[in-house]
Design a protein around this ligand. Structure first.
Ligand SMILES: C[S@@+](CC[C@H](N)C(=O)[O-])C[C@H]1O[C@@H](n2cnc3c(N)ncnc32)[C@H](O)[C@@H]1O
Length: 210
């Protein structure tokens, strides 16, 4: 059932994402990725929406995407770039340890089935001092709101949005996995006058600390 819902999500996500790109998300992606260089791994690349934002200093891009439909779109987007798109899961990355200067995760750590395992894998494949560059929506800082988010995730949100969770404390999970998150910034997107469970974001680079 979960598998079928993820497949369905993969069908409508690119159209949904396109609307957000023009409302500030594209700009955020561009700023986030502008400083990258060397070998970069992107996990859960979706339809390759980040690819046009990678600077020339990125000498090789390896992307991993488990959904066949999104992977096919990402491969089309990768054509003509120094990029390859692999089938795989963040929880078992099909790449060598210590081999990447940076790992990029945008709107993915909310959706992986096992966040601790995914972060352990990202930590494994980064070189010492490498960066997890991310844009991730995270749980509310308010404990009561967070409980509400987790209940809503369980009964509706995750089922409707391809396994996405709004109530994950992704910053804490990164620290548990051995990342220094002190340079990550907290932000809101979309920044609306009313609260939205997907608004609180972490954006920036967490460094492989040990
Ligand atoms: C909300 S979409 C984000 C796509 C893209 N990264 C972006 O910024 O638009 C979530 C993505 O995570 C992928 N995903 C879900 N579970 C995953 C896993 N266990 N490992 C890797 N990617 C996963 C989905 O297939 C989908 O492409």
């Amino acid at each position: 059932m979960a598998r079928r819902r993820r497949r369905l999500f993969a069908r409508w996500y690119p159209g949904f994402a396109a609307a957000l790109e023009d409302h500030g998300l594209g700009e955020r992606r561009a700023r986030l990725l502008a400083g990258l260089s060397g070998r970069v791994l992107e996990v859960g690349c979706g339809h390759g929406v980040n690819f046009p934002h990678y600077p020339d200093a990125v000498t090789e891009l390896v992307a991993v995407e488990p959904e066949a439909h999104l992977r096919a779109l990402a491969r089309a987007e990768a054509a003509g770039r120094n990029a390859v798109v692999l089938d795989g899961q963040a929880e078992a990355l099909p790449v060598e340890s210590g081999s990447f200067d940076a790992v990029v995760a945008t709107l993915v750590l909310c959706s992986v089935e096992d966040q601790d395992r995914a972060l352990a894998e990202i930590h494994r494949v980064l070189r010492p001092g490498g960066a997890l560059v991310c844009l991730e929506h995270v749980a509310s800082a308010n404990r009561a709101v967070r409980s509400g988010e987790r209940a809503f995730d369980a009964v509706f949100w995750s089922h409707a949005f391809g396994g996405c969770h709004t109530g994950r404390d992704t910053g804490a999970a990164m620290r548990r996995a051995g990342f220094d998150t002190s340079d990550l910034a907290e932000g809101r997107f979309p920044d609306l006058p009313f609260p939205l469970s997907v608004s609180p974001h972490l954006i920036g680079a967490a460094t492989k600390a040990d």
